[in-house]
Design a protein around this ligand. Structure first.
Ligand code: S3P
Length: 465
C-alpha cells in the first residue's frame, strides 16, 4: 500500500529502528462482510495458565490467545516450575504444582508489554517463599507497579526497587509464611484485585478484599471453577466484598477461552462505520463486566444483535451480528469505565464519525495503560482532522455525522500500544485520505492475525511498500 500522508504525530518513535512495521489503512470499495472468529480473551488466557500452574494435576485449555502477552505468562509459569505444553492451535496443557508449590525462577521474568501478566505474577510470587525479578519492554517499565506491590506487602512480601521507585525492573521476595490480609482497593483495577487474591490463596485463613467499584470478575469465576472457596457479597453502592479461604487444593480444570470482546471491538466498530457492512463475530465473551462498549454503542444507535447467547466454562458467550449504522454522540458516564476500560480508543474513533458530541468521563486510568491513551488519542485524532479535547480524565470528541468523514492522511505514533494501532487503522478505513501507524508489530500482543482477518472481510489494511 502507498503512504497516505504526512508524519503528523511523530514524537516518541515506537521501537528500535528496523524492527517497526508501519501499516496503512484506506477506505475499501465496498462494505465489510463475512464471519470472523475472534482470538481468545486475553484476561482469561493469562488466568487459565496461572490457575493451571496452581492446580495439582493437568489443566486443559482450548482457545487460548496465542498473543505475545499470554506467551510471556506461559513462559513465566514454566520458569516457576509448571509444565506448560502446546498440543495444537490454541490447545494447551498445564501440569501444575499446587498452591505453595511454585519454584524460584533461575532468571529474570520478562513480561514484554503485558501489564496483566506481570501484575498477576507478582501476586503469585508474593505468596510463595521465593524471590523473582521482573522486567518488561519500554512501555511496561513506565507503568506504575506500586498499586499492586503496596497491598502485596501486607501478606509479608518484600520489594527490591531502584531509584525509579516502584517501576520495573524490580525484585520481589515472597512471604516465608504469608499472612491473610484485609484490603480495600484504592484503584478500580481487576489486575490489582487478582494479584491480591492470588497472594491470598497461599495464606492460611480468610483474605478479604473490598472493591468499591466492580471490575472484571474472571479471577473469581476461575477460582471457583478450579475449586477455591470464595464468598462474594454485593455492596449497597455497587462493588463487592470478597472473602477467599486460603490454601485450598485447586483441582485441574478444563477451560474453554471465549473470544475477546476487547479485540472484537475493532472489527465491530469498523463494520458500524464502513457503509454497507455486515459482520458476524463468533463466540464472543459477553460478561457483564466487559460489555460497556456494547451498551454505549447501542445508545449511540448501533445495530448490534446478540445471537445464540450461551454459557461456556462459567462465562456468558454470544455471536454478535453488526451492521453499518448512523451513530449519534452520547455522554458516557464515569461509572461505566471499568466495564470498557480498554475500549475507549476505539470508541473515540466511532465518536469521530457520529453526529454530535461524545463526552467520555472517568478516564484517569487511561493515562497509565500501554501508553497515555488520553494524550495519544487526542494527538492522533487532531492530526486526522477530528475535533477533540482531552481533560485530565475525560475525552470529548465532536463527530462529522453521516454527511462527512474525517480528513485522515496522518501517521500516528503508537507508543508500543496495540490498541492505539488498531484504532487508527479502523479510522483509516473511513477517513478521506486513509491513515498510517508507525508500527503494527504490537498488535500481536492481543490480536495476532488482525490484519489478515480484517482483509478477509474486505478491509484495506496492509504494510507500507
Ligand atoms: C485486565 C484489567 C484491566 C485491563 C487490562 C486487563 C485484567 O486493567 O485494562 O487490559 O485482565 O485484569 P486494570 O485492572 O489495571 O484496570
Amino acid at each position: 500500500m502507498s503512504a497516505p500522508g504526512k508524519d503528523a504525530a511523530g514524537a516518541g518513535s515506537a521501537r528500535a529502528a528496523g524492527s517497526a512495521r508501519p501499516l496503512a489503512a484506506r477506505p475499501p470499495g465496498a462494505g465489510l462482510r463475512g464471519e470472523l472468529s475472534i482470538p481468545g480473551d486475553k484476561s482469561i488466557s493469562h488466568r487459565a495458565l496461572i490457575f493451571g500452574a496452581l492446580a495439582v494435576g493437568r489443566t486443559e485449555i482450548t482457545g487460548l490467545l496465542e498473543g505475545e502477552d499470554v506467551l510471556r505468562t506461559a513462559a513465566a509459569m514454566r520458569a516457576l516450575g509448571a509444565r506448560v505444553t502446546r498440543t495444537g492451535p490454541g490447545a494447551w496443557q498445564v501440569d501444575g504444582l499446587g498452591v505453595g508449590g511454585l519454584m524460584e525462577p533461575d532468571d529474570i521474568l520478562d513480561f514484554g508489554n503485558a501489564g496483566t501478566g506481570v501484575r498477576l505474577c507478582m501476586g503469585l510470587v508474593a505468596g510463595h517463599p521465593i524471590t523473582a525479578f521482573f522486567t518488561g519492554d519500554a512501555s511496561l517499565r513506565r507503568r506504575p507497579m506500586g498499586r499492586v506491590l503496596d497491598p502485596l506487602m501486607a501478606f509479608g512480601a518484600e520489594v527490591f526497587a531502584g531509584a525509579r521507585g516502584l517501576r520495573l525492573p524490580l525484585g520481589l521476595r515472597g512471604a516465608e509464611a504469608p499472612r491473610p490480609a484485609d484490603i480495600t482497593l484504592t484503584v478500580p483495577s481487576a489486575q490489582v484485585k487478582s494479584a491480591i487474591l492470588l497472594a491470598g490463596l497461599a495464606a492460611p485463613g480468610i483474605t478479604s478484599l473490598v472493591e468499591p467499584v466492580p471490575t472484571r470478575d474472571h479471577t473469581e469465576r476461575l477460582l471457583r471453577h478450579f475449586g477455591a472457596e470464595l464468598d462474594i457479597q454485593p455492596l449497597p453502592r455497587g462493588g463487592h466484598r470478597i472473602a477467599l479461604r486460603g490454601q485450598p487444593e485447586l483441582r485441574p480444570a478444563r477451560v474453554a477461552v471465549p473470544g475477546d470482546p476487547s479485540s472484537a471491538a475493532f472489527p465491530l466498530v469498523a463494520a458500524l462505520l464502513v457503509p454497507g457492512s455486515e459482520l458476524r463475530l463468533r463466540h464472543v465473551l459477553v460478561n457483564p463486566g466487559r460489555i460497556g462498549l456494547l451498551t454505549t454503542l447501542t445508545e449511540m444507535g448501533a445495530d448490534i444483535t446478540l445471537v445464540n447467547p450461551r454459557e461456556e466454562g462459567g462465562e456468558p458467550v454470544a455471536d454478535l451480528v453488526v451492521r453499518a449504522s448512523r451513530l449519534r454522540g452520547v455522554p458516557v458516564p464515569a461509572e461505566r469505565a471499568p466495564s470498557m476500560i480498554d475500549e475507549y480508543p476505539i470508541l473515540a474513533i466511532a465518536a469521530a464519525l457520529a453526529e454530535g458530541e461524545t463526552r467520555m468521563e472517568g478516564l484517569g486510568e487511561l493515562r497509565v495503560k500501554e501508553s497515555d491513551r488520553l494524550a495519544v488519542m487526542e494527538t492522533g485524532l487532531r492530526a486526522a482532522g477530528v475535533s477533540v479535547e482531552a481533560g485530565p480524565d475525560s475525552l470529548t470528541v465532536r463527530g462529522t455525522g453521516p454527511a462527512g468523514r474525517p480528513r485522515g492522511g496522518a501517521r500516528i505514533a503508537t507508543h508500543l500500544d496495540h490498541r492505539i494501532a488498531m484504532s487508527f487503522l479502523v479510522l483509516g478505513l473511513v477517513s478521506e485520505a486513509g491513515m498510517e501507524v508507525d508500527d503494527g508489530t504490537m498488535i500481536a500482543t492481543s490480536f495476532p492475525g488482525f490484519e489478515g482477518l480484517m482483509r478477509e472481510v474486505g478491509a484495506e489494511i496492509g504494510g507500507l511498500t
